[in-house]
Design a protein around this ligand. Structure first.
Ligand code: ADP
Length: 607
């Protein structure tokens, strides 16, 4: 408690520290100066009694002086005000009772003063509980004594002592000063305390305002950062769209072998850049709390097949064995969750596994660990026999923009965002990922996730007969289709024109949403491709307007959104504005073709 108060310290400044509250300081001060005052008064009384040769009273006075000196020393050594207060109150009560019952055998003004001092002192120093106890301890015996004395039945075998008038005056005066001192001291302390509280509350208010404006600033700057990233991504993705699109077109035009190689590199680099832009965007979205998980019914076995389909080819190209092992009990189950996010998580882990493995195998194991009526706990594991990770780096690899070492960056490329995204996505779902790894032997990333299970019986898919070659050719033939493309970017328009001419597709172009609506009204289109960000009227509004057209055939024309912003939360907006599907730019020609065929394919077969 004390700062550096040694045993020989007598100064009050050394025993008051910053840890003491305002009231505690007042208590320590009261004890310090109060003990001086009492010591002074008792000393005078003691000298007076000594010269009057009153042996009993002189010894009591001496004992009191000694106790006060000891307590004072204790206080200036260890400022334990609670202990000193109790000690003083016990001594005071004893003196009071001995005076009344033995030494003087009467209740006089000094007794009343002493009781009053004990009452006030105990309440101020130790609070109401102890205050009440010490007050009763002194009052009750005094009242009992008064009753006995009144009835003249209090007689003991000791001759009561009497004080001379000067000693009485000194005692009364000393006690009075002590009473006023205690009261005055605490009154001052209370007032200072109230002032301090007021000042603190003003300071608190000021700090709150400062804090609020700081939070506001931080929110604004984080919003500005998100907007900047979102705009940048759009600006980067649009020319990238052209680069990838043109590369695809060139590759479709039977290039020479050496040209094909160059085009492959161009496509690989552009796709890599796109993946980085998407990762940065996604991470930004997670960090700014904009991720909303969907609850869609899906079959996990099918989803895992789709995710790993492309990856198996990649692994095989590298000479790696790829094992996808999905619990057969999941074949018939429809679970509810966000397939896009599951895809993102598994895709990241499997891509890493393939990237960091030179030989051996990649294992993706999905197991139903707990199967209840309407909930299922499923464990996912992605194992590889790759380079592994040093023990001390196992935490760091989940940090954004962190790779295991500089060598990793140099040898394998990447941004170090994949695992950070995976970890944060899982954390948002309350899931913790486990990773175990041994350098040179391989790594395993595992996590368990709980899903609600759809209790409806899965609908049996009608058995599809294998289509004949002519049917397939027919199905893939788009030449009879009339397509409207709403797109403001001239490079993209040119790209589409070239692509559609390869598909022998009739196409018209509108440079904004408003023009697109006009063209739909006067033309006859089988499908509309709608860019979302356009001047004058954007794609969402245009789609909603088209859905409101009077002619039901026109109002129901299938619409595919073309979106340059990152997929995830655009999806809901696309569907809620009445569009049927979307492709993310830069799109793969085959993907677009498949989506067009999905929406108009069946009809065209009939035609
Ligand atoms: P990136 O793959 O872009 O480098 P990630 O966040 O996906 O970023 O991974 C961070 C780092 O973790 C990687 O750079 C690599 O050092 C390490 N790592 C991740 N997965 C594996 C794995 N399967 N085997 C070995 N190292 C891995």
């Amino acid at each position: 408690m004390s700062k550096e108060a040694g045993f020989f310290n007598l100064s009050i400044n050394k025993i008051i520290t910053d840890e003491h509250s305002q009231m505690d300081v007042a208590r320590v001060r009261l004890l310090y100066y109060g003990l001086w005052l009492v010591f002074g008064t008792v000393s005078i009384v003691f000298i007076n009694l000594y010269f009057q040769h009153k042996a009993v009273l002189t010894s009591v006075g001496g004992a009191v002086l000694l106790s006060i000196a000891i307590l004072f020393k204790y206080l200036t050594w260890k400022p334990d005000w609670k202990f000193v207060s109790h000690a003083l109150l016990v001594i005071g009560s004893l003196i009071n009772l001995i005076d009344v019952f033995i030494i003087f055998q009467r209740v006089d003004v000094v007794t009343v003063q002493l009781v009053l001092i004990i009452v006030i002192f105990s309440y101020y120093m130790l609070g109401p509980k102890w205050g009440m106890l010490y007050s009763l301890m002194n009052l009750v015996p005094v009242v009992i004594f008064m009753i006995y004395a009144y009835n003249n039945i209090y007689i003991i075998d000791f001759k009561p002592q009497r004080l001379d008038q000067p000693t009485i005056i000194i005692s009364v005066l000393g006690n009075f000063i002590l009473l006023v001192f205690i009261h005055n001291h605490f009154y001052q302390a209370f007032i200072t305390n109230i002032r301090q509280l007021k000042k603190n509350s003003h300071e608190q208010k000021r700090l709150n305002t400062v804090l609020e404006s700081a939070i506001d600033k931080a929110e604004k700057s984080s919003q500005a950062k998100s907007e900047f990233l979102s705009t940048m991504s759009h600006e980067i993705r649009t020319p990238l769209n052209a680069v990838i699109g043109m590369t695809n077109l060139l590759m479709m035009g039977n290039p020479r072998n050496d040209q094909k190689e160059n085009l492959e590199i161009l496509k690989f680099s552009a796709n890599n850049l796109l993946a980085i832009v998407n990762d940065v965007l996604d991470f930004n979205k997670i960090e700014s709390g904009k991720i909303v998980f969907e609850n869609i019914r899906f079959n996990l076995t099918e989803l895992m097949g789709n995710i790993c389909g492309g990856q198996i080819i990649k692994a095989n190209e590298k000479g790696l064995n790829f094992v996808l092992d999905v619990d057969p009990r999941l074949n018939q189950r429809i679970i509810i969750g966000d397939p896009t996010r599951i895809t993102q998580i598994i895709f990241n882990l499997v891509s890493n596994a393939i990237k960091f493995t030179q030989q051996g195998q990649i294992q993706v194991i999905v197991e139903l660990v707990e199967d209840r009526h309407d909930r299922a706990t499923i464990s996912f594991a992605v194992r590889d026999t790759g380079i592994g990770i040093e023990r001390e780096n196992l935490d760091a690899i989940f940090e954004p923009f962190t790779q295991e070492s500089i060598t990793t960056t140099r040898q394998y490329g990447g941004t170090g965002l994949g695992l950070a995204i995976v970890k944060r996505l899982l954390e948002l779902k309350g899931v913790q990922m486990q990773v175990s790894s041994k350098p040179g032997e391989g790594s395993a990333f595992t996590f368990n996730m709980e899903f609600p299970v759809s209790t409806e019986k899965p609908v049996e898919k009608p058995k599809t007969t294998v289509p004949t070659q002519e049917q397939v050719a027919d199905q893939n033939n788009l030449s009879h289709l009339n397509v409207l493309v709403a797109e403001d970017n001239s490079v993209n328009t040119m790209l589409m024109k070239k692509l559609f001419s390869k598909w022998h597709l009739k196409s018209s172009f509108a440079e904004n949403g408003e023009r697109a609506i006009e063209q739909v009204q006067y033309g006859n289109f089988d499908i509309i491709l709608m860019d979302l960000q356009m001047p004058v009227m954007n794609g969402f509004d245009a789609a909603m307007e088209i859905r409101k057209l009077e002619d039901p055939k026109k109002a129901n024309t299938p619409i595919i959104a073309l979106t340059a912003s990152a997929l995830i939360d655009i999806r809901e907006k696309v569907f809620s504005s009445g569009m049927n599907d979307y492709v993310s730019k830069p799109f793969k020609p085959d993907e677009l073709k498949e989506k067009i065929l999905n929406l108009v394919g069946d009809d065209t077969l009939i035609k």
